[in-house]
Design a protein around this ligand. Structure first.
Ligand code: 13P
Length: 255
């Protein structure tokens, strides 16, 4: 079965609520005719509610950038799965490299978050990827394998269709240095093979694996035409409506 590519904009800590709504308006104006690709946005927590109201049940999927694994309690500053679900979020990002790097997120905490989110009815975009030092040391396949092995311990086979993986080499994020299509494809094939070993060939064949790291309109085509790349997780280029829409069209054109 052909996988529907998924392009999601991760707005990170950019755009306040009015600016988020403005960008959503621009997207809504043009997203309608783009067929054959799932399109999502992950604005700041503060904008999730007003953005949800604006996009209604339309074409754009809504993603949160983080979640806590406990259901409720004394966790100052945290947001639970059910809170995001109540708000109408469809997806949540787990394990983004910036959360791993700056906020102490580990494969173990990602496993808890992924398990809690999937059990609570949120789809998960689980982010993985090696640092430059790890790649230079030739350890990139091992690092990603470990992120999969330790980060997906709470994934039940029956919920695998609610999981998306995002391969984001840390050295390509916000640096303007994209992985070559061959480098990306090689890693995506590795990831799919590891998923097949653990969860079976059928799950692996249906699982979408996004690429992330300096994707822009000018390099999206060559990345998305790789057989194991099923769309992208887009940072900087997602902050501009026309650039983002062009990337979405590139994903569509692959199918
Ligand atoms: P850039 O597209 O800005 O490199 O960011 C990628 C990313 O981290 C998306 O989650």
């Amino acid at each position: 079965m052909a996988r529907v590519p998924f392009v999601c904009g991760n707005w990170k800590m950019n755009k306040n609520v009015p600016a988020s709504l403005e960008l959503v308006d621009e997207l809504l104006g043009s997203v309608g005719p783009i067929q054959g690709v799932e399109i999502g946005i992950a604005p700041t927590f503060l904008a999730l509610h007003p953005v949800r109201k604006k996009i209604q049940a339309g074409k754009l999927r809504l993603a949160a950038q983080n979640v806590h694994f406990e259901s409720d309690g004394a966790y100052t500053g945290e947001v639970s799965v059910s809170m995001l679900k109540d708000l109408g979020c469809d997806y949540v990002l787990v394990g983004h490299s910036e959360r791993r790097q700056y906020f102490g997120e580990t494969n173990a905490s990602c496993a808890k978050k992924t398990g809690a989110a999937l059990r609570g009815g949120l789809r998960v975009i689980y982010c993985i990827g090696e640092t430059l030092a790890e790649r230079d040391a030739g350890r990139h396949f091992d690092v990603v394998s470990l992120q999969l092995r330790e980060g997906l311990t709470e994934l039940e086979r029956g919920r695998a269709s609610d999981l998306v993986l995002a391969y984001e080499p840390v050295w390509a994020i916000g640096t303007g240095r994209t992985a070559t299509p061959d480098q990306a494809q090689e890693m995506h094939a590795h990831i799919r093979a590891r998923i097949a070993e653990t969860f079976g060939a059928e799950v692996a064949a249906e699982l979408r694996i996004q690429y992330g790291g300096s994707v822009k309109a000018s390099n999206a085509d060559e990345l998305f035409e790789q057989p194991d790349i099923d769309g992208g997780l887009i940072g900087g280029a997602a902050l501009d409506a026309q650039g983002f829409l062009s990337i979405c069209r590139s994903a569509r054109s692959r199918g």
